[in-house]
Ligand binder design. Sequence first.
Ligand code: MG
Length: 238
Amino acid sequence: MRQAGQVVARMIAAITRAVEPGMTTQDLNDVAVQELSKHDAKPAFLGYLGFPATICTSVNEEIVHGIPGSRVLKEGDLVKCDVGAIVDGLHGDAAVTLPVGKVSDEALKLIEATRESLNEAIAQVRAGARLGDIGEAVQKYAEGRGYGVVREYVGHGIGRRLHEEPQVPNYGVAGRGQMLRAGMAIAIEPMLNVGTWRTRTLEDGWTVVTADGRLSAHFEHTMAVGEDGAEVMTRLRE
Ligand code: MG
């Protein structure tokens, strides 16, 4: 899983370096495919439940599961890239939200808050902690700043399969829920909205958008639960 995590980290680094106004979301997918091809790894999302691409690209009010295509990214857009890879049958899964050129203060603050809410959640992870500790950390941080926390989509266990038990919600009550054990692997993935937490799905059957059309951001890491903390496997190591 460490290797899969590092492939994902490199794919995200390549996308982050490449993104600029004028590119299409398909171009970002191609950048990810090119990086993936340098490693002995397979895409985790392509064909998963019929998903047609290697990464998910979700722009502005799109939250998750957007399909790369001919959409041209404009200065000021926010693009969320969710990336997965498989090495030796084991999965890595991570996501980032990237500004396209110069973006609004509202967008920058949302990106920062979402990244930070993930860090707050990761800080809760250790053997003996409970899923509610993670959920409350995200929810408190996000709602304390006025953001909506998406509820219909949550983090997850990960390993031989992309999505395993348990579900890892971004809301909850500390001290409640399943206890984490050393050696478990989970993906934590807060999705924060400027407005309502409510969502709807577009007619393509995949793209999830905010119900009010306002901005959304998403960050995700895959990590192993250790006795004293998380080992984040999708963070880029040199
Ligand atoms: Mg995930």
